[in-house]
Design a protein. Structure first.
Length: 380
């Protein structure tokens, strides 16, 4: 199987510094360096498309622009790239969400992927009018996905659930193809929803041993429901021609984290109800020391950013080797990002992807590009 790579659309703003935010914390001031205009995001999308990324993730939350609207606009300035749209089931009815997805598929030529985000922060959820607790939100997500999947299959749906109720729900036109559902979460409630309804289970970039445990856990749960899933990982990347140059860039980013910002972000993230966020925080403990937690895996991003907080750092060959290491565990899809997102897409796309192509692990979605990419030598 060829590995699949997705990039990231920074709808919270972009910068040559790390743009913080997420999980109930606001975007940092550096997010104003490059505002998330349709023109700039389209520039990133076109670059990702040309380099061979299959799709691009857009985040959700109060800290960024709306993912549905933004990707709908950016899709008109790209041709092949798919959009992994993050959305929260509690904020829109399942019938409307199924209809929106169906419309998106038709208007973009089938370029929608869905990243279902239940929401780990009750204080942020309440700002949107959602007052359920965390476990109840996951139960509602299960009901939501049950309805949406049945609607996508052309069924008429009647459901009187604990949290959702629909009668004679039906789509006049079903999506073709049906969007794949990406889902992450580290709590028992999250695992059950993923096992029943997800196509791809996503984990944040924990060390390989922890990722292996998660994969085994979800595989077991899915098997209990007679299902199999694919697995993906969400990471940042800092890749350069030499290892020294990559770590120098990591050090430059770290030097831009003033201590007051780190304290404020860590205090905000400590309120998180997300088990995944708790695991991210445990990787660095709020300290600037010992941030390389596995060879070429750096936890520095998580000092000022919620959610995905680790980066692969190293030469192009070293980063390719770490990707192979995760792939050996069962990871087939990589959702990546880097600061700034336009330039870092080129560093990875021109530095790492050709090496993976040469090893037979990846091919450009435009098949004619594969042979040329594979001719790039491995030496940095």
């Amino acid at each position: 199987m060829s590995l699949t790579f997705h990039w990231f659309l920074p709808t919270n703003g972009d910068s040559r510094h790390v743009v913080g935010g997420g999980h109930g914390t606001p975007a940092t001031a550096s997010g104003r360096d490059r505002p998330p205009t349709v023109a700039y995001l389209s520039q990133i999308a076109r670059a990702a498309e040309d380099l061979g990324f299959a799709g691009a993730l857009t985040p959700t939350g109060a800290w960024c622009e709306d993912a549905w609207l933004t990707t709908a606009m950016v899709s008109q300035h790209s041709e092949r790239l798919k959009f992994l749209v993050a959305f929260r089931p509690g904020f829109v009815s399942p019938t409307l969400a199924a209809q929106m997805a169906s419309t998106f598929q038709r208007q973009t030529g089938g370029r929608l992927l869905l990243n279902v985000v239940t929401g780990g922060e009750s204080h942020e959820q309440r700002a949107y009018g959602d007052f359920l607790d965390k476990d109840a939100r996951y139960r509602r997500t299960g009901e939501f996905l049950h309805i949406v999947r049945d609607l996508w299959e052309g069924k008429s749906v009647d459901l009187h659930g604990e949290h959702l109720r629909v009668e004679e729900a039906r789509l006049s036109r079903v999506p073709d193809p049906v969007p794949e559902v990406y889902f992450g979460g580290s709590s028992p409630a999250a695992g059950e929803v993923a096992a029943r309804y997800a196509d791809v289970y996503l984990t944040w970039g924990e060390p390989p041993a922890q990722v292996a445990e998660k994969i085994a856990w979800i595989r077991r749960l899915a098997a209990e429901h007679g299902r199999t899933l694919r697995f993906g990982i969400r990471l940042h990347v800092i890749t350069r021609d030499t290892s020294a140059a990559a770590w120098a860039e990591a050090d430059r980013l770290l030097a831009g984290f003033d201590q007051e910002t780190v304290r404020a972000v860590q205090a905000g993230l400590s309120r998180s109800e997300s088990e995944g966020q708790r695991r991210m925080l445990a990787l660095h403990g709020g300290s600037r020391d010992g941030l390389e937690i596995h060879p070429n895996l750096w936890a520095g991003i998580g000092l000022v950013r919620g959610g995905a907080g680790t980066a692969l750092v190293g030469s192009h060959d070293e980063v390719a080797e770490r990707i192979e290491e995760y792939h050996a565990l069962g990871i087939d899809e990589f959702v990546l990002s880097g600061y700034p997102h336009l330039e870092e897409a080129y560093w990875f796309g021109e530095g790492v992807l050709p090496r993976l192509a040469g090893r037979g692990l990846w091919h450009h979605p435009d098949d004619g590009r594969t042979a040329a990419a594979a001719q790039v030598p491995f030496a940095s």
